[in-house]
Design a protein around this ligand. Structure first.
Ligand code: APR
Length: 230
């Protein structure tokens, strides 16, 4: 079987990284219009860099949890293809050992120049006056996809969904498209669909099977079943 796994902030919650829409989520503390839109960046780049500098620091201090490790084990021990599409901008999947990971909303660890689109590894702290290493213009920003911008790798992702036998969604609320529509694309291509989440997501009814619980518990249990059953 080819397995495509979509992950969201919930898989990193037990690593201490905040989710967005839970009770104490990031969008309850920051106005996403100010820190996660191109308009917000144009208005106040210093605030946006401050927000992402803080998230970069949190990410450095966090560690992958048992759910990230279980998915890395699945990629290594399962006979079929295992591909992760993550909405997360943290690098916990990679630090747990996963290799086939696509960051559709970009990565905290990368920077991009708004003037020339050059990309490079982000320094720990970024500021509006930082010159782009390629063109020198002070237009550097985190290489993350903001609201109103196009997610990355969409052609590759839809091709993988069209060819998968099992689509698993882990730790996402199903609020944000296009990711929230991946389950329909996979089901339309004949895949089985499974949701592993702390509580039913907004689009839980679209999944053939749903399991509730903390990812660090239910993801390793699911991986164990898949590996034992192959
Ligand atoms: N284990 C499993 N699931 C969890 C856990 C946990 N320990 N803790 C929280 N969750 C679930 C919540 O129930 C919720 O359904 O994770 C989900 C988190 O939802 P959001 O905070 O909306 O995060 P996400 O779905 O990743 O947001 C999608 O929205 O703001 C944008 O770009 C941002 O990538 C993000 C996108």
């Amino acid at each position: 079987m080819n397995i495509v796994i979509l992950t969201g902030a919930g898989i990193s919650a037990e690593s201490g990284l905040g989710t967005f829409r839970d009770v104490d989520g990031l969008w309850t503390k920051y106005d996403l219009e100010e820190v996660a839109t191109p308009e917000g960046f144009a208005r106040n780049p210093a605030l946006v860099h401050e927000f992402y500098n803080a998230r970069r620091k949190n990410c450095r201090e966090a560690a992958p949890n048992a759910a990230h490790s279980a998915l890395a084990r699945l990629e290594q021990e399962y006979g079929g293809a295992v591909r992760i599409v993550t909405q997360n901008v943290d690098n916990l999947h990679e630090r747990a050992g996963s290799r086939a990971v696509r960051h559709m909303h970009g990565e905290l660890s990368r920077a991009i120049c708004a003037a020339c689109m050059h990309r490079w590894d982000a320094p720990e702290v970024m500021a509006p006056e930082d010159p782009c290493p390629a063109c020198g213009v002070a237009a550097t920003r985190p290489d993350v996809v903001w609201f109103g911008e196009f997610p990355y790798f969409m052609d590759e992702i839809y091709a993988e969904l069209a060819g998968c036998d099992l689509f698993v969604s882990i730790g996402t609320s199903g609020n944000v498209y296009p990711a929230a529509g991946f389950v329909e694309a996979a089901a339309g291509a004949g895949a089985e669909t499974l949701e592993l989440n702390l509580e039913p997501s907004f689009n839980a009814s679209a999944f053939m099977e749903r399991r509730q619980g903390p990812a660090a518990k239910i993801v390793p249990e699911w991986v164990e079943q898949v590996i034992a059953g192959q």
